[in-house]
Design a protein around this ligand. Structure first.
Ligand SMILES: Nc1nc2c(ncn2[C@@H]2O[C@H](COP(=O)(O)O)[C@@H](O)[C@H]2O)c(=O)[nH]1
Ligand SMILES: [Mn+2]
Length: 244
């Protein structure tokens, strides 16, 4: 990652923006990032890993959002919401954003690969050797340039049915039903124990805002997404580790 950053002439910028990024490769981070061991309908074991590009990706994104907002202000572009600020393709600011986005995605990819390797080694250490049937390596907030309806656009991609009306996308999670604050105010540790029954978990008040009840009902989301996704497996969680 360092070599690539140097090639791009952006190492100093990444060091200044991301500070600890070198030490963070191979770490889960916080928020809703998680490692999960789940069982499918036939008790097949799956290791799930939802992770991202850690602090450096977030800070780079924050930087580019700030740049976009500055440009909107400079050019007098009126927007219904300041958070809709955008960068125009063909400008140096747009190119810098894409350069940093691609670098951060590479970081996210390696970060996930490293953690998955450690999860598998640990499982093999605890459970004895086993065959890894398949590895699906898709990192968080995956973005790539695609052509839809004759136009090149940027989309976040997850696996789905390929519905052209939805640019071949599908939801990659249920999404939150309540804010973190509301969840912390709404749930108690009794709810924690009830909602996480049967799951080996790092039990802590710190994760009250991450309880399943803080998210939308996944069965309903799947039902409402049936034009976009085909359900291949339904999993039962047995281990959940949240980033802290
Ligand atoms: N199986 C689990 N799913 C979880 C957990 N925490 C969150 N989630 C779901 O993942 C997505 C993450 O997407 P994001 O774009 O919001 O980061 C989220 O919407 C939830 O549906 C978990 O611990 N286990
Ligand atoms: Mn996330």
């Amino acid at each position: 990652m360092e070599g690539r950053a140097e090639e791009l002439g952006r190492l100093d910028f990444y060091d200044k923006t991301g500070r600890n990024w070198r030490k963070q490769l191979g770490s889960l981070g916080s928020g809703n990032h998680f490692i999960e061991i789940v069982l499918d309908e036939e008790d097949g074991v799956w290791a799930f890993l939802h992770s991202g590009s850690r602090g450096v990706g977030n800070r780079l994104a924050t930087h580019h959002i700030r740049v976009a907002k500055g440009i909107m202000e400079r050019d007098g572009v009126e927007l219904p919401d300041a958070d809709l600020a955008y960068l125009q393709e063909g400008t140096p600011e747009f190119d810098d954003y894409i350069t940093d986005l691609e670098w951060a995605q590479e970081f996210a990819l390696l970060n996930r690969e490293e953690m998955m390797e450690r999860v598998i080694k640990l499982l093999q250490y605890r459970c004895g050797d086993f065959e890894v049937v398949e590895r699906i390596q898709c990192h968080h907030n995956f973005t790539q340039r695609e052509n839809h309806f004759g136009e090149d656009i940027l989309v976040y991609v997850v696996r789905g049915k390929g519905n052209a009306q939805a640019f071949n996308t599908a939801p990659h999670g249920a999404g939150r039903r309540m804010s973190r604050r509301k969840a912390r105010d709404s749930f108690t540790m009794d709810d924690f124990d009830r909602l996480m029954t049967g799951i080996e978990v790092n039990r802590s008040e710190a994760f009250l805002d991450e309880l399943p009840g803080a998210y939308k009902d996944i069965d309903l989301v799947m039902e409402q997404s049936k034009d976009l996704v085909e359900v291949i497996h339904t999993f039962r969680q047995i281990v959940n580790v949240k980033g802290a």
